[in-house]
Design a protein around this ligand. Structure first.
Ligand code: FUL
Length: 471
């Protein structure tokens, strides 16, 4: 690719920018998934849909315990499984008896959680499984879609502002000959109508599944991707019902490693802003199992996922399953507290405050505050894009944070970081993309009195909104 071809492609790529709802969603960064249904009482991961609501009785349920614990972890949102594949509703839906209303517990869990979120300044969202193993209507086509849209509307209109509507792609193997082709567009219109600020996630146009449930992340996560990437989960959900020809010939899967490099996008006509969300559980299962109380993942592992997701141009959705009593288990609460402590310490003292920051001239004022109003814009034709940070005396650095102004697209393709040593500047990190945020951890610390961030390739001018260097 020569310089002119590159410029032509880049001009097209940087025109792709996020919607306001996508910017707000990305800023949520780290938020909780809460998987709760009859499964907590049956020790299962997928309920059958035949469970008696009488078994659902979380006697100690306390929304404030959940919300306080996730807030303590530094999370900014909560997504509740209001209906999982078993069809049991955590709210008293008018359209089915298979809900909390038929349980001895009776209370509207979705309402109590959404109200507590609002009270504590946490965004609320919900997971609503299209696959429903309880509903007699499932597999009947429009009648089921009507049912689904009615339930969706209840959740979109009765529970305040919703930041994420999470549509799951799983739908089993089309058991008992039941096949339901979801009317996705109708679902999307319903969400847009009642909650225009909500992102429609996974089987939806706003936020993309990262491709695994283990917490693995890509080295280079791009938010500008081919428009047809939006269909991969919808098509995959069909494939689970039948060996669909469209599915077999699809070229993009959520597992592909490169979704958005220049080479991949060069021949794509339609492009979209479609950022990734990394979803995984704090334990092996999505739902609570007594046998997993001692299998809560380590702080190290979870912070590794945090750094690679929030700090790798994605968001991080971490699941914490309540016990059958309706509380988060003490081992999970303890880990959430440790996460919060770690994050508060890791990102509290920004040494930039007392440094000189230059790129030719001083740019400190432009990249010190974490916002998109002030930013530093480099040069389009490489070479000169070096940000230099000088401290008065050597400092011990544990984390560097760099953010692009994503309102002007995702531009940086490659960069590296150098630190001054007794023998001059030495490379300490080799990076690819930045995007919303790049976190560069230095473990026990890097001692230096000067840093250089050298942007070696970018789509037109690199636009850096924030730089943080933390002790
Ligand atoms: C999957 C579901 O089948 C799991 O039970 C879980 O809800 C996970 C987040 O999505 O598709």
């Amino acid at each position: 690719m020569n310089a002119e071809e590159k410029r032509t492609i880049d001009e097209r790529l940087v025109k792709v920018v996020p919607s306001d709802r996508q910017v707000e969603h990305q800023k949520t960064e780290f938020y909780a998934f809460v998987h709760f249904t009859v499964n907590a009482f049956t020790d299962r991961e997928w309920g059958e849909g035949t469970e008696d609501p009488a078994i659902f009785n979380p006697v100690k349920f306390d929304a404030s315990q959940w919300v306080s614990a996730i807030k303590d972890a530094g999370m900014k949102g909560l997504i509740l499984t209001c209906k999982h594949h078993d069809g049991f509703c955590l709210w008293p839906s008018k359209y089915t008896d298979h809900s909390v209303a038929s349980s001895p517990f009776k209370r509207d869990i979705a309402l109590e959680v959404s109200q507590e979120c609002r009270k504590q300044g946490i965004k609320f969202g919900f997971y609503l499984s299209p696959w429903d193993r309880n509903s007699k209507l499932y597999g009947t086509g429009k009648a089921y879609d009507d049912y689904f849209v009615s339930q969706l509307t209840e959740l979109l209109t009765g529970y305040g502002d919703i930041f994420s509507v999470w549509f799951d792609g799983a739908c089993g193997e089309g058991e008992n000959g039941k096949k339901q082709y979801y009317d996705w567009n109708r679902y999307y219109e319903t969400v847009r109508k009642y909650q225009p600020g909500a992102c429609i996630t996974i089987c939806g146009p706003d936020v993309r599944w990262c491709g695994n449930e283990a917490g693995h992340t890509r080295k280079s996560e791009w938010s500008v991707v081919p428009a047809r990437t939006r269909d991969t989960e919808k098509i995959a959900s069909l494939s689970q019902q039948k060996d669909d020809a469209e599915f077999r010939k699809r070229k993009i899967t959520a597992k592909d490693q490169d979704l958005g490099s220049r080479d991949i996008l060069a021949n794509e006509q339609d492009l979209v802003w479609y950022p990734a969300e990394v979803n995984t559980s704090i334990r092996p299962g999505w739902f609570w199992h007594e046998s997993e109380n001692d299998k809560v993942r380590s702080l190290d592992e979870l912070m590794g996922i945090y750094n690679n997701s929030v700090g790798g141009n994605a968001t991080f959705l971490l699941n914490i399953p309540p016990t059958k009593e309706g509380l988060f288990h003490e081992n999970d609460v303890k880990r959430l507290h440790e996460i919060g402590e770690y994050l508060r310490k890791a990102f509290s003292v920004n040494l930039i405050e007392k440094a000189k920051v230059t790129a030719g001239t001083s740019i400190k004022e432009l990249i010190f505050e974490d916002n998109y109003e002030k930013y530093w814009c480099g040069k389009a034709e490489g070479g000169d894009n070096v940000i230099e940070v000088n401290f008065e005396k050597p400092e011990v650095i544990r984390n560097i944070v760099i953010k692009e102004n994503i309102k002007m697209s995702q531009r940086v393709e490659s960069f590296f970081v150098e630190a001054r040593t007794e023998d001059g500047f030495k490379k300490v990190y080799d990076g690819t993309v930045i995007g919303y945020k790049r976190i560069i951890p230095f473990g026990s610390g890097l001692k230096t009195d000067a840093l250089r961030i050298v942007i070696t390739d970018s789509r037109l001018e690199p636009v850096i909104a924030f730089l943080g260097v933390y002790e």
